[in-house]
Every structure is written in structure tokens, then in C-alpha cells.
Design a protein around this ligand. Structure first.
Ligand code: BMP
Length: 521
């Protein structure tokens, strides 16, 4: 009897092959079950398996520096081969340690070393591929793997696709033939198993890469800051139109210019959840936030219902809402709690000061109360609707409505300032513009002009404060950078976000920086 037949019969005797009906991990019913773990209890068989592998290695002229066994069954086989060959062994952990070095590959090796993988059985080849990937990641070369049994279920092809050659001691078809020849199983059982094997060719499970929708997963405050930086826009369009269709159409045209779109859903004559979803889709595509200017002002319980229920189900689609703190902080607590039922990031802007004539918010105590509330709920409150800078903290975005380049007010108490006054004079981060754009002859052109004006003033303002910090010898920026290089880069915080700033140094001009460029990363 040949050595291969002998090995197969030994494996059969120790019940490494079982025939019957077995439910596999995948739920599939299989007529064969192969359990090679049993070989560790039979040193002779273990020795014989290792010898067969050694022969293959010698005959195939595979050169290698290290041998890596795939846990668990292949480890003792790999150990024997390592000793026979006097080659070092590597081991791939199933999971990286969560203490100490966090290594996944144990053992000594040098980059570019050639490593062969030893495995007991191959079905799809996925565990060999996983092992190879860990070794590749460490700079090792892996081109060959050797297994005891190939189930012939597409493993060889899958490995080939990864440029790994598969060597095997036994193919499942050889095992079946041998067992039939020696009267261990019937032709019928063998046929059954063969049919099962051919009917279950397994492609490697394709890695499903879920492109993370950063718009949804990152916190709203960070998302807002990123949008402003990326789009170079701190303009919010107040789309006070009564048709949602018209708002969708307009946002398709103006979306690229704005960081936020503000609406009042209760003035819409054609509101529907389908249409608002359409607007939400535009906002995701053109990267702006949706603000429902609901100005909640009731007790917590009522407000939670107004936020999540009714016709508008605001929490479903509005990234941000506006809130009066008049009823006390319970209103914010209620909204924050209600927002937790939504699996997207939500936030709110507290109304601290209003632009209209005679606003009762013009009261220091009131405004201080609003700021305190913002601090207490700073995970949910990302800023204010205000007419002045309320805090020096970068954390809160100050959004200022009542902005118009040419008008000073309307007949109903609205009072306007220019973008420059709002930003430079009053410390606004975001400028909210409604009728100045909506009533213009060319809304798109006007929006572009407002975007440019608002962002330019904003940049100028922050750059001039950057200049003054640069001229101060105690400035942290100066300390961080090398003063006498001609061009340095440093990070500064503007809009609460981190910007890469290029500093051009000109030693002729009093050793001071002559120009500062803000580059978005
Ligand atoms: P307009 O630019 O057309 O005046 O519109 C301003 C928008 O900002 C309106 O939607 C209004 O409800 C809102 N708003 C405001 O004007 N002043 C405030 O203090 C707070 C606001 O939300």
C-alpha cells in the first residue's frame, strides 16, 4: 500500500473523516465532516503528516526563511517541520494582544524574509489568506501555502487570486477514492460527498466595504466645522419660501455656496416626508446642514413631542433646530433625549439674542442664562443665534440673522447689518441671509456674492488676529514654529477647526512674517 493510502486509512481509523449528515457553521447540511484536531493525540500520524509535507516542500523547491502555522491544528505540524528543517517558526495570533506590544505575528523575522504557511485543511482559503495578509503587513514575502487536505471547494483558485500557490498532501477526491477502494465507504456515499463538494464551490466571501457616510457618523459640531472649512462658506441661506418644491430646486442651485439651509417647515404649503427626504438628500449631496428654525419654546414634554411627532417629525430630517431657553433648561434636556432616538447626529442652536426691534432678549441676565444652559448641554448645543459674540470659546458657533448688504430693515421690526458688521463688528461665525438673496433678481449670483463677502471678511478677521499673535513674542504659534526658516507650516484653530497655515518669512522686514496663507487641509 502506498504511503498516501496508508495515511488516509489512518485518518479514517482515528475518525478524522465522518460520513452522515452534519450541519456546518454556515447552516448547510454536509454529508462529510472532517476533524483533523484528533491527530494531535496520535504522534505517529502527526509525524507522518509532517513527513508528507516535508517531501512536498523538498520536491517543489519552495525556498523559505520561516514557517508560519495557522492556529490551532496546524501548529503542532508546523512545529515538527520547523525542527526538521531547522527553520524558525512564526505564529499568527487569532487576535492581537490588547496589552504590551499588540503584536499579531509572534517570532523573529526580518523584512523581506520568505515565509511559508502551514494549514491543516483548506475550504475557501480564507484563513490562509488572512494569515498571509498579516505577514505581508509585516513586510514578509508569502507565495506558498501547504495544507494536509484540500476540500476542493475553490480554495486553490481563491489563493491563486492572491498569488499564493497551494500545495496539498491530500485532495478530498483522493480520500474518497481511497476509502471506496479499501471498502471503508460505499460508492454511493462517495458520490454523495462528491456531488456536495461540486455543488458547494465557495468563492471567497467578498469583503464588504461600507463607505462610511461621514455626514452621518461624525458629530454635528465637527461636521459643521468641516463643511465651513471645505466649502469656504459661512453662509446660511434662510429659505423662507412657502413651497418645499421651490426650496428643493433652489437648494440644488445654491447648495454648493452655503454651509447651512434654514427653513420654517410650518410655512410650507406642500410639506410631505417624501419631499423633505428629497431636500435632505440634496443637503447630503451638496454638503450643507439643514436647520429647522422651529424656535421651540414650551415645556420639555411638549417640545419632545413637537420635535419627534406630528406632521413634520422634525427630528427625522433636521440636523439642527433653534430653541428658546425661556421655559428653562428642561427644554434642551428634552430635545437632547429625544434626539438620542435618532441614529444620526443632532444638535441645536440656542436663541440668545434676536435681530428684531425691541427684542426682550436684550437683557444681560437672560443672555447669561442662555450661555449657562449651553455650557451644561454642550454635547447637544453647538451654538447660538445671536447678535454679538457671547463667549470666547471656539466650541460655540455664533449664527447671526438680520443681514443685508443694502437694506437696513423691513416694516415689521427686522433690523439689518451688513456681513462685515455681523462678522467683524459682532463676532458672527455664520451669517444667516434670507430676503437679500430670495428677493434678488439672480438668486444664484447673489448667493455667490454673499458667500464670498462673508468668508472673505471672516478670513481677514481671523488672519488679522493671527498677525497680531505672530507679532507677539509670547505667541504660542511663534514658539511652535522655526522663526528663521523661509516657509513654515503650523496649525492654528479657526472656526474651532484646525487649519494648516503657511507662514512666509521675510527677514528683510524686521524679522517678521510678511504673509500668511490659510490652507485647508
Ligand atoms: P431675512 O434675512 O429675510 O430678514 O430673514 C431672516 C431669517 O432669520 C428669518 O427666517 C427669521 O425667522 C430668522 N431670524 C431673524 O431674522 N432674527 C432672529 O433674531 C432670529 C431668527 O431666527
Amino acid at each position: 500500500m502506498g504511503a498516501i493510502d496508508q495515511l488516509i486509512l489512518q485518518l479514517f481509523d482515528i475518525e478524522a473523516f465522518k460520513f452522515g449528515s452534519f450541519k456546518l457553521k454556515s447552516g448547510i447540511q454536509s454529508p462529510i465532516y472532517i476533524d483533523l484536531r484528533v491527530i494531535i493525540s496520535y504522534p505517529d500520524i502527526l509525524r507522518s503528516v509532517a513527513n508528507h509535507m516535508n517531501n512536498i516542500l523538498q520536491n517543489s523547491n519552495v525556498s523559505f526563511n520561516e514557517i508560519c502555522g495557522v492556529p490551532y491544528t496546524a501548529l503542532p505540524i508546523a512545529s515538527i517541520i520547523c525542527v526538521d528543517y531547522k527553520r524558525p517558526m512564526l505564529l499568527r495570533r487569532k487576535e492581537a494582544k490588547n496589552y504590551g506590544t499588540k503584536k499579531i505575528i509572534e517570532g523573529k523575522f526580518r523584512p523581506n524574509d520568505r515565509c511559508i504557511i502551514i494549514e491543516d485543511i483548506v475550504t475557501t482559503g480564507s484563513s490562509v489568506i488572512e494569515t498571509a495578509e498579516s505577514l505581508w503587513a509585516e513586510g514578509l514575502q508569502v507565495t506558498d501555502a501547504i495544507v494536509l487536505i484540500d476540500r476542493e471547494q475553490h480554495g486553490e483558485k481563491n489563493l491563486q487570486e492572491k498569488n499564493i500557490r497551494l500545495h496539498r498532501v491530500l485532495k478530498i477526491s483522493e480520500v474518497l477514492d481511497c476509502l471506496v477502494r479499501h471498502g471503508k465507504i460505499t460508492e454511493e456515499v462517495s458520490k454523495n460527498v462528491s456531488e456536495f463538494i461540486h455543488g458547494n464551490q465557495m468563492q471567497l466571501p467578498t469583503l464588504k466595504i461600507e463607505i462610511e457616510d461621514k455626514n452621518i457618523s461624525i458629530p454635528i459640531r465637527q461636521r459643521f466645522q468641516t463643511i465651513i472649512k471645505e466649502k469656504k462658506s459661512n453662509l446660511c441661506l434662510s429659505a423662507d419660501l412657502t413651497s418645499l418644491d421651490e426650496i428643493i430646486e433652489l437648494s440644488n442651485l445654491i447648495g454648493k455656496n452655503i454651509c447651512m439651509l434654514k427653513i420654517h417647515c410650518d410655512i410650507l404649503t406642500d410639506f410631505s416626508m417624501d419631499k423633505i427626504q428629497e431636500l435632505k438628500d440634496v443637503s447630503r449631496r451638496l454638503n450643507f446642514l439643514l436647520l429647522e428654525d422651529r424656535k421651540f419654546a414650551d415645556i420639555g414634554n411638549t417640545v419632545a413631542l413637537q420635535y419627534t411627532k406630528g406632521l413634520f417629525q422634525i427630528a427625522e430630517w433636521a440636523d439642527l433646530v433653534t430653541v428658546h431657553v425661556l421655559p428653562g433648561e428642561g427644554i434642551v434636556q428634552a430635545l437632547e433625549q429625544a434626539a438620542q432616538t435618532i441614529n444620526e447626529s443632532r444638535g441645536c442652536l440656542l436663541i440668545a439674542q434676536m435681530s428684531s426691534k425691541g427684542a426682550l432678549t436684550n437683557n444681560e441676565d437672560y443672555v447669561n442664562g442662555v450661555i449657562k444652559c449651553a455650557e451644561k448641554y454642550s454635547d447637544f448645543v453647538i451654538g447660538f443665534i445671536s447678535q454679538s459674540r457671547l463667549t470666547t470659546s471656539d466650541k460655540y458657533l455664533h449664527c447671526t440673522p438680520g443681514v443685508h448688504l443694502t437694506n437696513t430693515g423691513d416694516q415689521l421690526g427686522q433690523q439689518y447689518v451688513t456681513p462685515r458688521q455681523a462678522i467683524d463688528g459682532r463676532g458672527a461665525d455664520i451669517v444667516i441671509v434670507g430676503r437679500a438673496i430670495l428677493d434678488s433678481i439672480n438668486r444664484v449670483k447673489t448667493a455667490e456674492a454673499y458667500q464670498q463677502e462673508c468668508y472673505q471678511v471672516y478670513e481677514e478677521l481671523h488672519l488679522s488676529s493671527l498677525y497680531s499673535s505672530l507679532s507677539s513674542p509670547s505667541s504660542s504659534i511663534i514658539r511652535e514654529t522655526h522663526l528663521f526658516t523661509t516657509r513654515t507650516f503650523t496649525k492654528v484653530n479657526l472656526l474651532g477647526g484646525s487649519f494648516n497655515v503657511k507662514l512666509y518669512h521675510n527677514t528683510n522686514v524686521n524679522n517678521s512674517y510678511t504673509s500668511v496663507d490659510v490652507e485647508t487641509e
